[in-house]
Design a protein around this ligand. Sequence first.
Ligand code: FAD
Length: 407
Amino acid sequence: MTTARPQDLVVIGAGVVGMATALTLSDRGHRVTVVDSAAEPGRGTSFANGGQLSYSYTDALASPATLAQFPRLLLARDPAFRFHPRLDPDFLRWMLAFLRNGNGSSFHRNTLAGLALAVQSRSALHGLARRHRIDFAHATPGKIILYRSAKSFAAARAIAADKAVAGAEQTFVDADGAVTIEPMLASIRREIVGAIHTASEEVGDPYRFCIGAQAALAAGGGEVRCGVAIDRIDADGKRPTIVLDNSSRLGADRIILCAGMASVGLARTLGARLPIMPMKGYSITAAPGSAAPRVSVTDAANRVVFARLAGRMRIAGLADLGRRTADIEPGRLAALVASARAALPEAAEYGAVESSWAGLRPMTPDSLPITRPIAPGVIANTGHGALGWTYAAGSAERVAAIVEEGC
Ligand SMILES: Cc1cc2nc3c(=O)[nH]c(=O)nc-3n(C[C@H](O)[C@H](O)[C@H](O)COP(=O)(O)OP(=O)(O)OC[C@H]3O[C@@H](n4cnc5c(N)ncnc54)[C@H](O)[C@@H]3O)c2cc1C
């Protein structure tokens, strides 16, 4: 697929970002080795996320609406949000940059930049799925975003025209329209002020994508080495090199850093600073309930998302900013289940949850991933925040272009 000189490449991290990057580069004729400390691909933040491929809903987190809610969020009045401040310079720098991105014009710019990446990502993911026949429960159920307040619905409408020009497919409907699209919303019809429907939105299982991509990579001559932890990256010599925790070394023409939240520490070993803050979230997977939607649903007020994934309901939410460990905290898991019940009381068998999970979204202040060289021969592809599954294949293509331009 490329006329560029084939290169020896090492990708750090076998999450959705690393695996999409590795497969894209392998398809372009490069020799790719992926290295991950976990026992198999897809075990980090990619494991059990919301499953939504949210190509038309890329609204940046930093916005006038978020800043207006800040006092309430800081006081923990919103069950979906917790703030864990730290007195370290990285945290303060990140917060300042986040606040700077919260004005109307930055929100607008960041949202449209995310949309451009999402549009690229959709066709890139379709290409990978078609070429490699990866089975990851990929489907197009569409998505509906529910608003329970006139103010938040009006804010969503305000940017709609510009998003439409940039490629978003969004239809605005009232409560009756929402119930026509998804009859399982009938029991909450009275609470719905308005909704946005996008028939073309997709879902897919990110873990199954990572496992399928591993097989596809091997079929193309690439390799995933699991259970191998990287201690640091060395870019001082002729070739960039990763240094493993047993002190052995692996050099390459280029190294691509896709380690999610761990990218921050690995970049620091090169003297590079990546502005990424963890925002912890949770998911549950359960059998569909008596009023389980077929269309994916995002409830803006309860800040919870629902997707049918391979016959199960995947429900995700919560935003604990600054929380650095991915363990399941029982009180927060209970908060997710309570939000989900409040949003769609019969969507899932809440009393018989099959699995629970927590992960750290790698958030940048502008909600856009970092795809750029950070040292000679080392390129970052990280910081995908709340939309890493959506953006993975598009940012892989962008990084492939950087690899082939030389850096
Ligand atoms: C609750 C929740 C719901 C979400 N829902 C959605 C959604 O519906 N749609 C969407 O688009 N996005 C969603 N996201 C965001 C998405 O999951 C992330 O943006 C994405 O998974 C990040 O992928 P990644 O490959 O960068 O990181 P990861 O999946 O974390 O991969 C990083 C990999 O690096 C490896 N690694 C780390 N350190 C080292 C080291 N020192 N040496 C070797 N390997 C190392 C890890 O083992 C890991 O496998 C959600 C996130 C959460 C938490």
